[in-house]
Design a binder for this molecule. Structure first.
Ligand code: NAD
Length: 489
């Protein structure tokens, strides 16, 4: 802590340079800590003012945000940015503003008979200085979603966005600096070293969205400071077509859910389980549905590019390995375009006959590639899911409510949408978050407010009460009272 205070005032304690990213980071952290100490439980008016400024930033700079993300991706659908980033955040801010009064209220909770007329209350309080680390795939939504919840809960917030969206991350830093004091909300940009230094700060809460591998490192860094963490991670989210499923209804929804942001969505269906004998038919219908959504690909502004050459090559390698090991690969290229080497777009690809040993079925795909696997009966489909880590999302399509309820009860996942894809994420009245390897903790709506609050239990003792009867020296009165208590408690 002494190092933090020293660095905040001048030279970095390690490189002895001023300024350097560490001294800048520590200075901001220290400013926020001091500001929080001066106003440890901001009034609703202050919190609403912060939410209003966030809303104004979202609304006034929509075009600049859309443009920066488009440039970072080398082609990101502006419609998808407006729907899946700006609209989601706008709704989140409005929901928080509308419910803040109720969320901030201290709540009376029941009191055991033996403690009355004393009474219990739960008081929500901000935690202090919160750190948010966000990924590149929805850079605005995944930085601002946790930030709005942390601000609503009365915290000071530092954000470290992804280095893979440099134009957007620089824009966010500039926009936030123009609307917020540095000790309220601040954005810090940088590469791997900055990320590591960031997560090693003794935050009062650290909120990380990203891969399971990096999430593990973040949890370890936070543990050194006993900083509580929320981990919003990834994984392989299955979609199940039940035997009772209406394919004409399900297939377009699956195609949309898989190809939004070209599959670079944490809750995208990662692979598809279909009843035995239906893989070819389902693949044929998917080809038609995809062609309707995306008649062309390369220059189609609706079809998003893969974020980097490295990510593109990884996906190409996954497909090649599956093909090499005997899987049937169907590239969906409706206009039969020739993909030039420098194209950042990857055609939607269906893979039939994938096996568990392939990398395609071991890693999170995170791109427009969909393995379709057959199952003999529901037991086998459930076993398949339960043999892997708990997924972030699960999708079930069908009409047989018995089968639906079996899947809901016998599998564990972060969230579920029945008869569609993705939409459980947009429910402000439901928590969003993973379980096990797909994450810890949750946010959205009141769950976000609670994540960034301490719900402090307070017991108000009555002036007249019997607890003195339990004081030593212990004797018969104590024994008799304990016997009575055992009967009523
Ligand atoms: P990533 O884990 O590579 O990076 C996420 C963030 O962590 C970035 O800001 C990066 O700078 C930072 N980082 C990298 N190394 C770090 C380290 N050693 N210490 C601290 N921070 C470090 O993830 P990504 O590639 O940006 O995003 C894709 C992954 O995120 C996928 O697995 C996806 O499923 C997951 N994701 C999850 C959700 C969710 O809500 N659960 C949402 C979006 C993405």
């Amino acid at each position: 802590m002494a190092g933090i205070a020293a660095a905040a005032q001048g030279q970095c304690q390690e490189c002895h340079m001023q300024p350097c990213f560490k001294s800048d980071l520590l200075a901001r952290y220290e400013l926020q800590r001091q500001a929080f100490a001066a106003d440890a439980n901001p009034a609703r008016k202050t919190r609403v003012s912060r939410l209003d400024r966030l809303l104004a930033l979202t609304e006034r700079h929509e075009n600049a945000i859309v443009k920066a993300i488009n440039e970072d991706f080398g082609g990101r659908s502006s419609h998808e940015t407006r729907l899946a980033e700006l609209f989601i955040i706008r709704s989140g801010i409005k929901h928080a503003r509308a419910h803040l009064k109720r969320w901030m209220r201290s709540r009376r909770v029941a009191t055991g008979l033996q403690f009355r007329p004393g009474y219990n209350r739960l008081i929500p309080q901000p935690l202090g200085v919160v750190g948010i680390v966000s990924p590149w795939n929805y850079p605005f939504q995944l930085a601002m979603g946790p930030a709005l919840a942390a601000l609503a809960a009365g915290n000071r917030v530092l954000i470290k966005p992804s280095e893979l969206t440099p134009r957007f991350s620089a824009l966010l830093e500039q926009l936030v600096a123009s609307a917020f004091d540095i000790d309220e909300l601040s954005v810090i940009n940088g590469g791997a070293e900055t990320s590591k230094a960031f997560v090693s700060l003794p935050f009062d809460h650290l909120f990380f969205t990203g891969s399971t591998a990096v999430g593990r490192l973040v949890a370890q860094a936070a543990a050194a400071n006993l900083t509580p963490v929320t981990l919003e991670l990834g994984g392989k989210s299955p979609a199940i077509l039940d035997v009772s499923c209406d394919l004409a209804h399900a297939i377009p929804r699956l195609a949309f859910g898989k190809l939004l942001n070209a599959g670079q969505t944490c809750i995208a269906p990662d692979y598809l389980l279909v009843p035995q004998g239906q893989a070819d038919k389902v693949a044929g219908l998917l080809v038609l549905a995809i062609a309707r959504l995306y008649p062309t690909l390369q220059l189609n502004p609706d079809y998003t590019a893969i974020i980097s050459e490295h990510h593109h090559q990884r996906l190409v390698a996954l497909i090649a390995e599956a093909k090499g090991q005997g899987a049937k690969v169907i590239e969906v290229n409706p206009a039969k375009e020739r993909f030039v080497a420098e194209s950042k777009k990857l055609p939607p690809t269906l893979v039939l006959g994938a096996t568990r040993s392939m990398r395609l079925m071991q890693e999170e795909i995170f791109g427009p590639v969909l393995p379709i696997m057959e199952y003999r009966d529901l037991d086998e489909a459930i076993l398949h899911i339960n043999q892997a880590e708990h997924p972030l999302a699960l999708y079930w399509f069908g009409r047989n409510t018995h089968n639906r309820d079996r899947v809901l009860k016998e599998t564990l996942s972060g969230g579920v949408t029945v008869n569609d894809c993705l939409w459980h994420l947009a429910q402000e009245n439901q928590p969003f978050g993973g379980v096990g390897a797909s994450g810890t903790g949750s946010y959205h709506g009141e769950w976000g407010f609670n994540t960034f609050s301490k719900h402090k239990p307070v017991f108000h003792q009555a002036r007249l009460n019997g607890t003195a009867l339990f004081y030593p020296p212990y004797g018969k009165t104590f024994d008799r009272l304990l016997a009575v208590l055992k009967r009523i408690a």
